[in-house]
Design a protein around this ligand. Structure first.
Ligand code: ATP
Length: 225
């Protein structure tokens, strides 16, 4: 589902944010990406979502070489990659339902289909009763779940999450991880960037570790007890 081969990313004025990074995730895998602040976690996710381009190396997602993707195919690629951010990036002047509908509206679906699918996504995250609310009226954990509903509404095979539990207390963090595990059980591939060591240690998933832009660790998933 994801393959990085000798990927280097240099930001002008900053230098190398990633250096010769190599790893692969098979379809249906769920993994953490960790490392200190500035290690390059968000950069890895942005490269996969085509929000940034590598300076060197090759990135393949779902078998496609991202460097060879035509401009016409980029919106299609973005719909296949659901992205979840710590600050959830919701539009505060739109309802919860409108926020979740956005990727489908952008994909050109008709209003009936958009509403049907957006409600199904809200139901999956347990927020159907808040569909008419404005995001600011919801708690932080609920806002994060709206962001997750928006990321899954187009049913992407790949979900990327950048510090999805960063603002949440432990109980809410568990709720979010539970949701991710449920998506994973139905075949979605997930890569979750986090520096929440307690969360990582308590869950059995594979963990990729970055330090100073290099991949320095790749711990296999532990067996569930
Ligand atoms: N658009 C940019 N322009 C210049 N430098 C950048 C840009 N984005 C990130 N960087 C730099 O690249 C390095 C890696 O950043 P990145 O955000 O990928 O790290 P991170 O591991 O996600 O950090 P954090 O946990 O703090 O979010 C950092 O030194 C950062 O300052």
């Amino acid at each position: 589902m994801i393959r990085f081969e000798h990927v280097t990313k240099r930001y002008p004025a900053r230098g190398d944010a990633l250096r010769d990074v190599n790893f692969a995730l098979v379809p249906g895998e769920m993994a953490f990406l960790t490392g200190h602040s500035g290690a390059g976690k968000s950069t890895v996710l942005k490269l996969i979502g085509l929000l940034e381009r590598p300076t060197r190396g090759q990135i393949r997602v779902a078998g496609r070489d991202l460097a060879r993707l035509s401009t016409r195919r980029i919106p299609y690629h973005r719909r296949e990659v659901g992205m979840i951010f710590q600050d959830h990036r919701l539009l505060v002047d739109r309802t919860v339902l409108d926020n979740v509908s956005l990727p489908l509206v952008a994909a050109g679906l008709g209003p009936g289909e958009v509403a049907r699918r957006a409600r199904a996504a809200l139901k999956q995250v347990g927020l159907l009763r808040h569909e008419a609310a404005c995001p600011m009226a919801l708690s932080t954990g609920e806002q994060q779940r709206v962001g997750i509903a928006r990321a899954i509404v187009a049913r992407p095979p790949l979900l990327l999450a950048d510090e999805p539990t960063g603002n949440l207390d432990p109980d809410l963090s568990w709720e979010i991880m539970d949701l991710f595990a449920r998506f994973n059980q139905v075949g979605v591939t997930l890569l979750i960037a986090t520096h929440d060591i307690a969360l990582i240690r308590s869950l059995p998933y594979r963990t990729l570790t970055l330090s100073e832009g290099r991949l320095v660790g790749d711990a296999a998933p532990r067996r569930r007890r």
